[in-house]
Design a protein around this ligand. Structure first.
Ligand code: ZN
Length: 249
């Protein structure tokens, strides 16, 4: 594992919550669905698994490790998380359960990223520019991958809901990166951009309670968006995601 002043600092912060679980770091290419991500974290009562994308520089890997541990620290601080509602999951065909897990992960990330990013920027001293340049690059990649295909209305609305959700992340980037990605977002997906912008204005993320309220507003907004477009059927996915106070505490 990368052993730097930043990784040590974030581990010290975690241990303050008496979280003494062993942290196991591995290559993200072991997780089928997430190989294009920068980092992913999973946890059990005994261990914390941090998966890092080894194809990036050590600076990026370090920032990603800090990022994933900060997510767990926020859990300890009582920030909300997203849980799958097992009863409602039964409304969704098993072949789409992976999609539900993916949405859960993205939703949980988005509601805490404003705090995670601001701590990464303010409390650590890795190269933030390189880190956010990669973040923007990944988002642009995501946009570009989508362009050519023709889709059914319902699939298009479902992707738009995800654009709105993920779009909230862009607003927490440092100004120059925020401006760059939001400009592309606006050009390529004007509808979702507009919807995301109007949603973002209603959100606050500073305290755990503000995040909790904001998470509920996001869910409501996404459901309303599909309803208005005549694609209410797709809302079974969002219905199956519960906003919970915290999963580890
Ligand atoms: Zn994250």
């Amino acid at each position: 594992m990368l052993d730097t002043s930043n990784t040590k600092k974030v581990i010290d912060m975690l241990r303050r919550y008496s979280d003494n679980r062993e942290i196991i770091v591995d290559n993200i290419n072991k997780l089928d669905k997430y190989t294009t991500y920068l980092g992913v974290c999973t946890q059990t009562p005994e261990n914390i698994y941090v998966y890092i994308n080894y194809s990036y520089s050590e600076n990026i890997q370090e920032a990603c490790f800090v990022h994933e541990i900060l997510h767990i620290i926020l859990d300890h601080e009582g920030y909300p998380n997203i849980a799958i509602n097992n009863l409602k999951m039964r409304n969704i065909k098993p072949e789409f359960h992976n999609t539900l897990h993916y949405l859960r992960y993205n939703f949980a990330s988005v509601i805490t990223h404003p705090i995670v990013f601001s701590r990464e920027i303010n409390l650590f001293d890795f190269n933030i520019d390189e880190y956010f340049e990669i973040q923007v690059e990944k988002k642009v990649e995501r946009f570009n991958k989508r362009k050519p295909k023709k889709r059914s209305l319902i699939n298009e609305i479902f992707l738009n809901q995800q654009d709105i959700l993920v779009g909230l992340d862009y607003f927490s980037y440092p100004t120059q990166y925020k401006d760059k990605i939001i400009k592309i977002f606006k050009e390529q997906y004007p509808g979702p951009h507009k919807s995301c912008l109007s949603l973002y204005k209603k959100l606050e993320f500073t305290t755990p309670n503000e995040c909790y309220i904001s998470a509920n507003k996001i869910k409501k907004h996404l459901i309303k968006y599909a309803k208005r477009k005549g694609a209410n059927k797709i809302n079974i996915f969002w219905d199956a995601l519960d906003i919970v106070k915290s999963v580890t505490t």
